[in-house]
Design a protein around this ligand. Structure first.
Ligand code: AMP
Length: 357
């Protein structure tokens, strides 16, 4: 289904979070309508669109009606049930495709896909029971990181293993039979690259950015990353290789580790706009959300070029209360997500600032 979707038509977005909200806001100036499908009433995304369906992801009556009312479908988070994605893809173009979702929602498949495409990753073993964990630890060694293969985000569903005595509690806490053990990477930096790929195969990587996490949650993104040209080129090549191997139409965010010797390992991928790309709203020729809209509608991609060095700061939990000072700060660009309830660890908004160098 190589259909081009012209302005005036409707983009269906699965998921009602801030990424869907900012995608819908970017779709409007290009003349597109957005229809949000989310189980959440009054979601950040549905607040800014004319139409929303509030229903469960397995409600096939609601899904069929949604598919009828839109011209192309994309998603703003990768934990959409695969069955839902396939149901919709049989009715309307789903971009990126369900096959991309299948890989990116499972850490084991993601790593295997990277290895198949000759992309370096940390040593890993798949683990389905406690006995396999013992074998995997014997092979990988300490320290290591144990993660659930599915539904992990912001450090949830993972545990650091430093000694044999950690295994019992870590395995019990994960409560899964689908896990992955990774060797701990003593990285120098965490970086990411977002790459867009159009319906015609045109491919445009954004500049490499540097990410700082606090309590496993992204805190700041700085662009451009302070890495050598060789490292930046390796990172961009990894993102491009993955996007092409996935036959991606849309955006792919690739999180990577930089080793002390400058080599780059892939950590994980997300086939959607990404928190580490929010700086593009105020610092790139084409922001990641507009780029997503262009890609999934089959329009030409925009330039991903950097306009000025930037830093993006997430507003997490009660940090959102800083909004009056941010609004009063010359040049600071505030983006709030319309979430009424602030909880510790919850992403409430972000602020983009130009930096001097
Ligand atoms: P993830 O959910 O895989 O993105 O992991 C969240 C964060 O945990 C990463 O951004 C890293 O800071 C850290 N982390 C994850 N995997 C590893 C690893 N194998 N070695 C070292 N740190 C890791």
């Amino acid at each position: 289904m190589n259909k081009i979707v012209p302005p005036g038509q409707v983009i269906g977005i699965l998921g009602g979070g801030q990424l869907g909200r900012m995608a819908a806001l970017a779709a409007a100036p290009l003349g597109y309508h957005c229809h949000i499908f989310t189980p959440e009433p009054d979601s950040p995304a549905s607040q800014v669109t004319g139409s929303a369906t509030v229903a469960a992801y397995d409600d096939e009556v609601a899904l069929a009606r949604f598919a009828k009312s839109v011209d192309v479908i994309t998603y703003e988070f990768e934990n959409i049930p695969l069955k839902t994605a396939e149901f919709l893809a049989a009715r309307k173009p789903l971009r990126p495709a369900a096959t991309v979702l299948a890989i990116s929602q499972h850490r084991g498949r993601e790593k295997a896909f990277a290895v198949t495409n000759k992309i370096p990753v940390a040593p890993y073993r798949l683990v389905t029971n406690r006995a396999e964990l013992d074998v995997a630890v014997a092979e990988i060694g300490f320290p290591a990181v144990l993660k659930t293969c599915r539904f992990g985000y912001d450090g949830k569903g993972q545990a650091m293993l430093r000694a044999t005595s950690d295994l019992g509690d870590a395995w019990a806490a994960l409560a899964t039979d689908d896990a992955i053990l990774e060797g701990f990477v003593a990285f120098k930096k965490e970086i990411s690259v977002i790459v867009a790929r159009g319906l015609d195969g045109d491919i445009r990587p954004y500049p490499v950015v540097e990410n700082q996490h606090v309590d496993h949650i992204l805190d700041t993104t700085t662009v451009p990353a302070a890495v050598s040209n060789v490292t930046a080129e390796a990172a961009r090549l990894i993102a491009i290789t993955l996007a092409e191997a996935l036959d991606l139409v849309g955006l792919l965010a690739v999180e990577m580790f930089v080793l002390p010797n400058g080599e780059v390992l892939m950590n994980e991928i997300a086939p959607r706009p990404h928190n580490s790309g929010h700086w593009t709203q105020d610092g790139a020729v084409t922001c990641q959300f507009e780029q997503l809209v262009r890609a999934v509608t089959g329009q030409p991609l925009g330039l991903p070029d950097l306009l000025r060095p930037m830093v993006m700061q997430n507003l997490i939990g009660e940090a959102v209360e800083q909004w009056p000072a941010i609004l009063a700060e010359p040049g600071a660009k505030l983006h709030l997500y319309g979430k009424t309830e602030s909880r510790p660890g919850r992403k409430m908004g972000h602020v983009n600032r130009a930096r001097s160098k």
